[in-house]
Design a protein around this ligand. Structure first.
Ligand code: SDX
Length: 431
């Protein structure tokens, strides 16, 4: 393994150290490149650029590997549950029984949303996009809990256990409140229930008729949230790190991540997949017509839920969620014609050279909507569910930024392509 990379520019040659990660990933440490050569690297979208060293998640896109703190997503999906995996991602180790209970207790103790904060909903029209409400509500947590959001890393880290549990728990409760607000339903109080059961209660209970937990539903919700818990330096997690690097508190950084996740190319894709499947179904297409339209390459006809910025192989999460779809629907005694269409699309695309040659495979969003729908969650809430699932990953990334004594504010450079220097022309002379 080379210890240095030699970069020769004109008649100059500089040596950059080579960094090697736990799994053998390699990077050229270019932190002195501009100082030593006046050059910068250009990498639109940062697809070939490492912005940080992180110990949270390892992702090998070529081989479809995803591990959280060393544990494979398949093992966690089969043996863990969302809150335990959230603890692992945030704190780096699987919790002991005592630690798991303490974390669960902290989540329950912080499940409620203050009455004063509930009044914020009065300002949102009922058809406000749920992710717009979630981003502003989460940002507001910094106003309601200023002692946890001082914008002083040392102080904020001193309260980290509470702010982390509060963030996950409040995002859960606020998500349910957003659902009820869009339907004109009264808000409910959290109960002394496990995390996912409390969410389902807050979503679906009636004032005089509590939601009755169905083990299969709770287990499916645990699985789907766990599968979203973290994913290396994806757009929203990188956004949380970028915003956090300015020294700002956890809640404000999470709100920025929520904004990034709401985009149709990122977290908005799960809803886009369901709209795509529904339109294929409504047009009595078995997917064949849609596939040929998707191959014209236009962004308006993308096969949503397919392709990935990193995976050039199957997204391991898509496999697990895809297998779970059938099991969940069967356990709930439900069927969904959109699942059959999804299977048709997957089979057709995996044999079609357009997708195979571009290494486009199903990603986490391709099947997740089928499960959300089976759980009774409406399409406009799918990305809120993604945000709830991803909250542990965002929190862990913020903590790495805040805890790094050598951390620096994110400040990428650019190549300027605007007008060259020119003199001001007074308006009277501009014609
Ligand atoms: C998530 O980063 C993460 O980890 C994200 C995520 C997470 O957990 O945080 O995994 C969650 O965001 C999953 C991705 C959800 N998005 C979608 O499903 C939207 C549909 N997919 C894409 O738009 C696209 O695949 C991206 C945005 C996901 C990735 O884009 P890239 O890697 O920048 O690929 P590209 O846009 O450069 O496309 C390369 C080629 C192009 O064709 P050519 O120009 O070579 O002819 O592939 C084509 C694209 O037109 N292409 C598609 C396609 N995705 C890419 N063609 C049809 N359908 C698609 N879905």
């Amino acid at each position: 393994m080379p210890k240095n990379a030699l970069i020769k520019i004109d008649d100059k040659e500089i040596s950059c150290p080579v960094m090697v990660g736990t799994e053998g990933e390699k990077a050229i440490d270019a932190r002195n490149l501009r100082k030593d050569t006046g050059y910068i690297f250009y990498d639109q979208g940062y697809g070939n650029t490492g912005s940080c060293e992180s110990a949270i998640t390892f992702l090998d896109g070529d081989n479809g590997i995803l591990r959280h703190r060393g544990y494979s997503i398949d093992q966690l999906a089969g043996q863990s549950e969302f809150v335990e995996t959230a603890y692992l991602i945030i704190y780096g180790e699987l919790p002991t029984m005592k630690q798991r209970k303490a974390f669960g207790d902290l989540l329950r103790q912080n499940a409620h949303v203050e009455t004063q904060m509930q009044r914020l909903f009065d300002g949102y029209p009922k058809d406000t996009p749920p992710m717009v409400m979630l981003a502003s509500l989460v940002a507001s947590l910094a106003g309601y809990y200023p002692d946890l959001a001082t914008n002083n890393f040392e102080k904020d880290l001193g309260q980290f256990d509470l702010s982390a549990a509060m963030a996950i728990s409040k995002i859960r409760t606020l998500g349910a409140m957003i659902y009820r607000h869009t339907r004109g339903l009264p808000f409910l109080h959290p109960k002394d229930l496990p995390f996912c059961d409390n969410f389902l209660h807050l979503m679906f209970s009636e004032p005089y008729h509590d939601y009755v937990s169905i083990p299969e539903v709770t287990s499916a919700l645990n699985l789907i949230l766990l599968m979203h818990a973290d994913h290396e330096q994806n757009c929203s997690s990188a956004t949380v790190r970028m915003v956090g690097s300015s020294g700002v508190n956890l809640f404000t950084s999470l709100a920025a991540g929520i904004g990034a996740l709401s985009g149709p190319l990122h977290g908005g894709a799960n809803a886009a997949v369901m709209h795509m499947l529904q339109s294929i179904h409504d047009e009595h297409d078995d997917g064949t017509r849609f596939i040929s339209a998707a191959k014209d390459g236009s962004k308006s006809h993308r096969l949503m839920g397919f392709g990935h910025a990193v995976y050039r192989n199957f997204d391991p999460r898509a496999k697990v969620i895809g297998e779970a779809c059938g099991v969940v629907l069967k356990k709930l005694g439900k069927s969904d014609p959109l699942l059959d269409i999804a299977h048709n699309l997957e089979q057709a695309a995996l044999k079609d050279d357009y997708f195979v040659s571009r290494k486009l495979y199903p990603n986490v969003d391709f099947y997740s909507g089928i499960i959300f729908r089976a759980l009774g969650i409406p399409i406009n809430m799918f990305t809120v569910m993604f945000a709830l699932g991803r909250s542990p990953g965002w929190i862990a990334n913020w903590r790495e930024v805040a805890s790094n004594p050598k951390g620096r504010i994110y400040r990428p450079r650019q190549i300027y392509v605007g007008p060259a220097r020119r003199d001001y022309v007074p308006i009277a002379q501009r014609g």
